[in-house]
Design a protein around this ligand. Structure first.
Ligand SMILES: Cc1cc2nc3c(=O)[nH]c(=O)nc-3n(C[C@H](O)[C@H](O)[C@H](O)COP(=O)(O)O)c2cc1C
Ligand code: SF4
Length: 598
């Protein structure tokens, strides 16, 4: 039973969510923020109030990396561990802070004050190195800023009293196009949509050739049509703002600068599929955007662009709720996202059935990326013909990309599809570029000889990441960082991915330590075959990509690390017998294994 004060704030959290078990994750996030961890008494109280087993609450809380079942310190410091943060010196800064606070990474200080660790990419690659302190993002870290933060922690200064400039997140828009430079008035597109009606909207989106901007490039019009035609008691619209792919941060900027356009697109989708309720699933790292987004929603309600009888049209009812994720990359996968929205662990579902038929609460649901909603609104405003004239035949419209890494002008760039890698490199000022990683770790690594390749579904599909590596970078280390990311983020549901990503990580670490052999390199192909054919979702299927691509282009970076061309066991049997030799007092030749025995 939760006691006194405890029960009081748990009751406030429960009341804020109408005691709905579906909001379990949101309640746990609030509890985590308030109490610093999810303690056993709180779990018991929530279990009794929500009528769900305690084991289910524990299993949800243990799935998300920002939720803790044990105290993690009053200050929880997490350094963003994307390769671009590392290139900007994040590891040295973490060491500095650990020294300053007398702490080891991953441990909580003995007085319970602070813990320091790493976390997957926080989506601030254009202004790294970055960190999260109690889930608040801090950018542009320098040794001086680290020193100041260490002092604030020692003084126990509450995070909301820290200097505001620490938390400033810039948009860094470097090149605008269709979306970033749009001049639509709030609600203008909804006015047009109402005159068109649902079927015509879908027809325009289909003829415009709009394809999803979340990575897979599925035709948006077809998705909306299937959702509209699916049977259900309610239809839903979900905006995927999980943006967890390392090196991607364009949705952060779209939500900050163009939230109105995103909500126009969602309302348009609602009209097309017949939904009355929508959700934005916002990654926990972007929690600073939650309040501005809620304020924008309220302004839209006040202007009759949201709520009941939108723009005075009886029956056009639609409203949007913001849900915040809690540090799980896999929740960007649409079916895992839906489970997470329902307050469960974010594990990808079996498909089919697809979300358009059995989505949120098993009802027809259109899940689309943030940018897709913006593009849809613009396509309807411009008309299919005009929109489809932009870009290339199979990739119409524009693409917003997130440029980071070795270039003087990292940030957000928007181009018509079909732009070459070289053109982007020129515009961001990159020189001596060795490689570009397109679409994050699960995407494609492009070497210099391929810089004339073009962004688009015909050639280089991308969700938005464009990470630049110059000729000072070791591409083996880049791939090793990506492989660690996959091993950390595998949700563990299927054995090939859970075990395979760990084997891959260990193999790369073995190579890095100088113990790798050609046998290990050949094994990577074998592992890829297994992961590709047996993984349940895209994470497992693409986990070997970073190694395969860098091996193809930068094989010497691997070969220079090989110890010998023969097999070397991962386990030193003779070394392991040392204790037995010591106990028996023997150390003669007969007590050692020969190389033939081994
Ligand atoms: C492991 C994994 C992570 C994903 N993360 C995201 C994400 O962060 N944002 C996103 O829009 N789509 C992500 N996707 C793709 C979604 O599953 C889905 O295809 C997308 O939301 C559909 O929207 P779209 O048609 O507008 O692209 C991810 C897919 C996988 C397999
Ligand atoms: S492939 Fe990996 S991430 Fe995807 S469901 Fe299986 S274990 Fe989870």
């Amino acid at each position: 039973m939760a006691t006194g004060v405890h029960a009081e704030y748990l009751d406030t959290i429960l009341a804020g969510h109408r005691r709905s078990a579906g909001d379990l994750l949101q309640m746990l996030c609030e509890l985590q923020e308030r109490a610093g961890y999810i303690d056993p008494a709180a779990i018991g109280y929530l279990s009794s109030q929500l009528h769900i087993p305690r084991a289910r609450i524990e299993s949800v809380a243990s799935f998300y990396s920002f939720l803790h079942l044990k105290p993690h310190g009053e200050y929880r410091v997490l350094f963003s561990d994307n390769i671009t943060d590392r290139m900007l010196g994040s590891l040295a800064l973490m060491e500095q802070m650990c020294r300053q606070l007398w702490l080891q990474p991953g441990k909580v200080s003995e007085d319970g004050l602070v813990s320091i660790d790493t976390t997957s990419c926080t989506g601030m690659c254009d202004q790294g190195p970055a960190m999260l302190v109690n889930n608040h993002a801090i950018t542009n870290l320098t040794p001086r800023r680290i020193q100041e933060i260490g002092q604030l922690i020692r003084n126990r200064t509450p995070v909301d009293e820290w200097p505001a400039e620490f938390f400033r997140v810039e948009d860094n828009i470097r090149r605008s196009g269709l979306v970033l430079g749009h001049a639509l008035r709030q609600g203008e597109v909804l006015g047009i949509a109402l005159t068109l009606g649902a079927e015509k909207i879908i027809e325009i989106i289909k003829s415009a050739g709009l394809r999803g901007r979340g990575g897979a490039g599925y035709p948006t019009g077809l998705k909306w049509e299937s959702c509209r035609n699916a049977m259900g008691t309610e239809h839903y619209v979900v905006c995927n703002a999980d943006e967890g792919e390392p090196g991607t941060f364009k949705d952060r900027v779209l939500l900050n600068r163009h939230a109105g356009l995103v909500f126009d697109g969602m309302a348009l989708c609602a009209l097309a599929v017949g939904a009355r309720k929508g959700f934005v699933y916002l990654r926990g790292e972007y929690r600073h955007l939650a309040e501005p987004l809620r304020a924008c929603l309220q302004r839209r309600r006040d202007s009759n662009l949201l709520g009941t009888a939108i723009l005075g049209r009886p029956g056009f009812d639609f409203d949007v709720e913001i849900h915040i994720g809690s540090g799980a990359y896999i929740c960007g996968e649409e079916s895992a996202l839906l489970d997470s929205l329902e307050g469960k662990r974010g594990v990808p579902r079996n498909r089919p059935p697809f979300p358009v038929e059995h989505g949120y609460l098993q009802q027809p649901t259109a899940v689309d990326n943030v940018e897709t909603f913006c593009q849809a609104a613009l396509a309807v405003h411009m008309g299919a013909e005009k929109y489809s004239n932009i870009g290339t035949p199979k990739s119409t419209g524009s693409k917003v990309i997130s440029v980071s890494g070795d270039c003087p002008r990292p940030g957000i760039y928007e181009y018509p599809f079909g732009v070459s890698v070289r053109e982007v490199l020129q515009e961001c000022g990159a020189v001596n570029t060795r490689a570009v990683q397109i679409s994050g770790p699960s995407g494609i690594c492009v070497a210099e000889s391929e810089f004339d390749r073009r962004l688009g579904f015909e050639d280089l599909p991308t969700a938005g990441a464009f990470m630049v590596f110059d000729d000072s970078r070791d591409m083996f280390e880049v791939a090793r960082n990506f492989v660690h990311f996959f091993a950390h983020e595998s949700c563990g549901f299927c054995t090939p991915c859970r075990v395979g990503t760990t084997i891959l990580k260990n193999t790369m670490d073995k190579l890095a330590a100088g113990h790798g052999t050609r046998f290990d390199l050949n094994e990577i192909d074998h592992l890829n075959h297994i992961l590709l054919n047996t993984s349940h979702c895209g994470l497992g299927r693409t986990a070997c990509n970073p190694v395969l691509h860098t091996l193809k282009h930068f094989r010497p970076a691997y070969e220079s690390r090989l110890k010998s061309l023969d097999f070397e066991p991962a386990f030193d049997l003779d070394g392991a017998l040392a204790r037995a030799r010591q106990m028996t007092g023997r150390d003669d030749a007969g007590a050692h294994l020969t190389s033939e025995d081994a």
